[in-house]
Design a protein around this ligand. Structure first.
Ligand code: FE
Length: 347
């Protein structure tokens, strides 16, 4: 047997065991079969400090208790697959449309039809089949060093492939799903051949090797290692909150063309949810203004619903036009994007 396959089987077995003990544990909490209508169970790859305040607020208003576990998205999806019909989980919360798309294509989410969700969450931020809904928007935009460049020189993601940026660009690794989703969206807009030219241009223009995370890209820009980078705005928000004087600023690209690349964090109701109606009611609550302001504000993100107040630090970055392509494209074209980035030498 190939070591990879074996390792996967061992992992799957371990996962099933874990899942079984989890089910037992959660049932022990609720004192028997999981028919308790006054609670919900959430699996979340969004960190506890970003979701717990929302769960507490919902419990306070509705009396519904929320039990949850947090973990990496892939193991959580595997866990739902292993548990099947015996799962106690009602909802999956995760980041990035690529991950939500994976969860729905693995069949662990169920289609939901809700007039409230459809009217509050714009169409490009949710699954056309209703298996997941974006709850916050994460904009992947340009960060630049005001001492060395600015709005007079910056324009689009595509333009960062031009020779004028030779030795001036910083990027995060292509292994991160955020960049896979960005490149997937470029494929949706330009096709593979043109997108490969763009990505090759980026690689040629790198000032230094790729970074493991967005924070390091911003730090490199601020430290003068490069003039421009591509990052999610909330990482900038976190740094800016700690160091208001940081020598970096945000720029909204593609405002005359396609708009800023946005992604979501979002949620879906699990296929075998024991309490699907209560799960939908919670999703609907998450999509209304009070919860939206909290969901986005806790992480310096943007609300998915329109007309919701922004965190003041986020509001400071000004308004921008979003790319209105459905974020599910990020999942559909993710495998193509990964292959393209490998061909283009983007590590
Ligand atoms: Fe992130």
């Amino acid at each position: 047997m190939f070591p990879m396959v074996r390792a996967r089987m061992v992992r799957a077995a371990a996962m099933a065991l874990l899942a079984a003990s989890l089910v037992a544990g959660l049932q022990a909490c609720s004192g028997g079969a999981d028919s308790d209508e006054a609670r919900l169970v959430v699996y979340s790859s969004r960190a506890e400090h970003l979701i717990k305040p929302l769960f507490d607020a919902y419990t306070e208003r509705s009396g519904v208790r929320i039990d949850f576990i947090t973990g990496e998205e892939q193991p959580l999806i595997q866990r739902l697959l292993a548990e099947g019909e015996s799962t106690t989980a009602d909802l999956l919360i995760t980041v990035d449309a690529g991950n939500l798309w994976n969860a729905s294509s693995e069949g662990v989410l169920r289609p939901v039809s809700s007039a409230a969700l459809e009217s509050s969450i714009p169409a490009h931020l949710r699954d056309p089949q209703g298996r997941w809904f974006g709850l916050s928007v994460r904009a992947r935009t340009l960060v630049y060093a005001p001492a060395r460049t600015g709005p007079e020189e910056l324009s689009t993601y595509e333009a960062l492939a031009e020779p004028q940026w030779q030795g001036r660009l910083c990027l995060r690794t292509s292994r991160k799903v955020y960049n896979q989703s960005l490149v997937a969206m470029l494929i949706a807009e330009h096709g593979e051949a043109r997108t490969e030219e763009i990505v090759r241009g980026w690689v040629d223009n790198l000032a230094v090797d790729v970074f493991p995370n967005d924070t390091q890209v911003i730090e490199a820009v601020a430290a003068g290692q490069c003039d421009v980078g591509i990052v999610n705005t909330y990482y900038f928000g976190r740094l800016k909150a700690q160091r208001p004087g940081i020598a970096a600023a945000l720029f909204w690209p593609n405002q005359q063309s396609t708009g800023v690349h946005v992604n979501v964090s979002g949620a879906g109701v699990t296929r075998h949810s024991p309490r699907p109606e209560a799960a939908v009611a919670f999703l609907e609550w998450l999509a209304q203004p009070e919860a939206q302001a909290m969901f986005a504000g806790l992480n310096y993100e943007y609300p998915a619903a329109t007309g919701v107040a922004l965190d003041p630090l986020v509001a400071d970055w000004g308004e921008f036009r979003q790319n209105l392509i459905n974020v599910s494209q990020a999942g559909e074209l993710q495998a193509d994007a990964v292959r393209l980035m490998t061909r283009a030498g983007y590590r």
